[in-house]
Design a binder for this molecule. Structure first.
Ligand code: ADP
Ligand code: MG
Length: 248
């Protein structure tokens, strides 16, 4: 069964079509990469999928249900996690409290119960922090964390929602090459074990080719190639418009 089905998605800004008739589907547990040069429309696609932008036309079905018109929060409620949104972490709270808040939200508790958060879901939060490798940072304030560790907190927050689908728009932006390779390997390991589907984009082609089951190439708002990593890598059109453009 498809986790995500996208049909003829269109988004225009003024007269310019940023995304033109994009259609694809994402299978259960599949890791799908969306690549393309700067300005190709990747972020616009992500923002339509996560509820931040409303498409001009087209259809988005998540687990068989339409999501066009839902708010980002409602999309999150349907089991879509977004990594890695720096602003989503509360810098004044500890690492563990951030994950506990996400667990409270996922389990539909009211934010009015915040004082109780210190006790609720503590063990579950610690289990998730252990999974992403930052259990030793649990008591530290997020405001003082190294950038790479903050990214892991954000991954933990996304996992607390028990997502069926993770949307990752340049998740490792701003990280050093070795760190980004590590974070993507960690993420891929976790999602594979948990059967979470992933749509991601990433500048580092080694990361893309290492972790993607399938790759789609977007150029000027249109999907121009799609297939297994090796086939996409060897596609002459892809070489010309993308890899030849200095992104390899
Ligand atoms: P990518 O993520 O692939 O680099 P984007 O989706 O950010 O590409 O942008 C696709 C095109 O849409 C670009 O030409 C960009 O300038 C334009 N665009 C994106 N967001 C907006 C916006 N909010 N208003 C106007 N134009 C936008
Ligand atoms: Mg972008």
């Amino acid at each position: 069964m498809s986790v995500l089905e996208v049909e003829r998605l269109v988004k225009k800004f003024g007269g310019v079509a940023a995304v033109r008739e994009v259609s694809f589907s994402l299978g259960e547990g599949e890791i799908l990469a969306l690549i393309g040069p700067n300005g190709a429309g990747k972020s616009t696609c992500f923002n339509m999928l996560n509820g931040q932008l409303r498409p001009d036309s087209g259809r988005i079905r998540l687990l068989g249900r339409d999501t066009v018109g839902l708010s980002p929060r409602q999309v999150w409620r349907r089991g879509v996690g977004r990594t890695f949104q720096i602003t989503a972490t509360f810098t004044s709270m500890s690492v563990r409290e951030n994950v506990q808040m996400a667990l409270l939200s996922h389990h539909r508790r009211l934010y009015a119960l915040v004082p109780l958060a210190a006790r609720q879901y503590r063990e579950e939060a610690e289990r998730i922090l252990d999974l992403v490798g930052i259990a030793d940072q649990a008591e530290r304030s997020c405001g003082v964390l190294a950038y790479g560790d903050l990214k892991k907190v954000e991954l933990a927050v996304a996992l607390a929602n028990e997502p069926r689908l993770l949307l990752m728009d340049e998740p490792t932006a701003g990280m050093a090459p070795r760190e980004r390779i590590e974070l993507m390997a960690l993420t891929a390991d976790i999602v594979r074990k948990q059967g979470i589907s992933v749509l991601f984009t990433e500048h580092d082609m080694d990361v893309v080719f290492t972790h993607a089951d399938r790759i789609m190439v977007l150029n000027r708002g249109e999907l121009v190639a799609e297939g297994a990593p090796q086939a996409v890598r060897e596609d002459p059109l892809v070489k010309q418009i993308y890899l030849g453009a200095g992104h390899a």
